[in-house]
Design a protein around this ligand. Structure first.
Ligand SMILES: *Cc1c(COP(=O)(O)O)cnc(C)c1O
Length: 395
C-alpha cells in the first residue's frame, strides 16, 4: 500500500473547517473593529460577537447570557473551579469532589487549591471502563462540599461519563456541578438543562474551530467571581479585548458540527469500530475505555511489550499521526494517571496508543492504519527483550 498522510490525533487538536475559516477571515481585515468601539466597525464586531454567543449557547441548550468566552478549555476549567472555590470557601466549605481520570487542567487546579488553600479533594475511583460509581458520588457529598467536577468524556480513553445522572445527584444535594466537556461538545449531544449542569467548559480547537478560544457556560444566578480584572468585557468577569475572529470561528465550527452531528456520529463511529475490531485482533492487545459508551472518534489501545513512544515515532515515519497516553509529561516516565486509574499495570500502560478520528477521516485512512499498525507492533515486539519472555509465559 502506498504511503499516506493520516491524521489520527483529533483529540489533540483538529484542522479548522473551511466554513469556520471563511467565517473568520473578514474579522482579521475589513471587520477589524474593537467590539467596545462605539463607531460603526466596532458595532459590527459587537453584533457578530453577540450572534456567535447566541449560536454557541443554542447548541448546548443555554441562553446567550450564560456563555463567557475564554482563551482555552484549560482557562474555562481553571475559572470554574477557582471561581467556585473563591465564592464558597468562607460561606460553605472547602471540599471538592472529582474523578480519577480528569484532564490536567482540572487535576492540577485542584491540587493547587489543596496545597495552597487547604481544600480537601475527594477523587472518586473509576472502574476498568473508566466510569465512576454514582453510589460513590452520593456517599462522597458532604455539608461542606462546594463543587463536583467530573468530565463529560475522557480525552485518553473516550469513555462517556453519566453526566445526566451526576447532575441529578448534585441538584438533589444542592451542590454545584461543573463538567469539562472539551472532548464532548460538537461530538455528542450536550444539553445543560437536561443534564443539570451548572458550569461547562469547551474549546473550539477540539471541534474544528481555531486554537486559543474556549468558553465557560455558567448557569444564570451563579455569581462566579471575575477571572481577569480590567475592562468591562464578558460582563467585567474576563477583561481583555475579545478574540473576535476566534469566537466567530468557534461559533461557525460548532454550528456546523451540531448540524451534521447525527450523520458524523454514525459514520465516524463505524470507522472507529473498524479500528477497534481490526486492532484488537493483534495478540496481547486490548481496547482501553468502555466498548460502546465512548466518543465516536476515539479508539484507544494497549499493546503489551511495546513502548507507546516508539510506536508513535514509527507510525509517524509511516505518515500516521497518533498519540500515546504514556507521553512522559514533565520529563518523568510515569504512565498516564488515566490508564493507572482503570487498573492497568505500569508495564501495560506504557504500551498505549490513542487513535482519534473525525468526520475528515476516510475509509482509506482506516485501511491504511489497519495495514500499518499491526506490522509496526510486530516489528517493535521483535526487537523487545520482553517479548520472548511474554510468549514463553514468563509473565
Ligand atoms: C484539550 C482538553 C482540555 C484543554 O483544552 P485547551 O483548549 O487545549 O486548553 C481540557 N480538557 C479536556 C478533556 C481536553 O481534551
Amino acid at each position: 500500500m502506498e504511503k499516506r498522510f493520516v491524521y489520527a490525533d483529533n483529540a489533540g487538536t483538529t484542522a479548522v473547517s473551511r466554513t469556520a475559516l471563511d467565517a473568520m477571515l473578514p474579522y482579521f481585515s475589513e471587520n477589524f473593529g474593537n467590539p467596545s468601539g462605539v463607531y460603526s466597525v466596532g458595532r459590527a464586531s459587537r453584533r457578530a460577537l453577540e450572534e456567535a454567543r447566541e449560536k454557541i449557547a443554542g447548541t448546548v441548550g443555554a441562553s446567550a447570557g450564560e456563555i463567557f468566552f475564554t482563551g482555552s478549555g484549560s482557562e474555562a476549567d481553571n475559572w470554574a473551579i477557582r471561581g467556585v472555590a473563591e465564592m464558597l470557601a468562607e460561606k460553605k466549605g472547602r471540599h471538592i469532589i472529582t474523578s480519577a481520570v480528569e484532564h490536567h487542567a482540572v487535576f492540577n487546579t485542584l491540587e493547587w487549591l489543596e496545597k495552597r488553600f487547604g481544600f480537601e479533594i475527594t477523587t472518586l475511583p473509576v472502574d476498568s471502563d473508566g466510569l465512576i460509581s454514582l453510589e460513590d458520588l452520593k456517599n462522597a457529598i458532604r455539608d461542606d462540599t462546594v463543587l463536583v467536577t467530573i468530565m463529560a468524556a475522557n480525552n485518553e480513553i473516550g469513555t462517556i461519563m453519566p453526566v445526566r445522572e451526576i447532575g441529578a445527584i448534585c441538584r438533589e444535594k444542592g451542590v454545584l456541578f461543573h463538567t469539562d466537556a472539551v472532548q464532548a461538545v460538537g461530538h455528542i449531544p450536550i444539553d445543560v438543562e437536561a443534564m443539570n449542569v451548572d458550569m461547562l467548559s469547551m474549546a473550539a480547537h477540539k471541534f474544528r474551530g481555531p486554537k486559543g478560544v474556549g468558553a465557560l457556560y455558567v448557569r444564570k444566578g451563579i455569581r462566579l467571581p471575575s477571572l481577569i480584572h480590567g475592562g468591562g468585557q464578558e460582563k467585567g468577569k474576563r477583561a481583555g479585548t475579545e478574540n473576535v475572529a476566534g469566537i466567530i470561528g468557534m461559533a461557525a465550527a460548532l454550528e456546523e458540527a451540531v448540524a451534521n452531528m447525527d450523520e458524523n456520529m454514525a459514520r465516524v463511529s463505524a470507522m472507529r469500530d473498524r479500528l477497534i475490531d481490526g486492532l484488537t485482533k493483534i495478540p496481547y492487545s486490548s481496547l482501553t475505555g468502555h466498548r460502546t459508551n465512548r466518543l465516536p472518534g476515539t479508539a484507544s489501545f494497549v499493546f503489551e511489550c511495546i513502548e507507546g513512544e516508539s510506536m508513535i515515532l514509527t507510525l509517524d515515519n509511516a505518515g500516521i499521526c497518533a498519540s500515546s497516553g504514556s507521553a512522559c509529561s514533565s520529563g518523568s516516565l510515569d504512565p498516564s494517571h488515566v490508564l493507572m486509574a482503570i487498573g492497568l499495570s505500569h508495564a501495560t500502560a506504557h504500551g498505549s496508543v490513542r487513535l482519534t478520528i473525525n468526520e475528515c477521516s476516510t475509509d482509506e485512512d482506516i485501511d491504511y492504519i489497519l495495514e500499518v499498525l499491526p506490522k509496526t507492533v510486530e516489528k517493535l515486539r521483535s526487537m523487545s527483550p520482553l517479548w520472548e519472555d511474554r510468549l514463553n509465559g514468563k509473565f
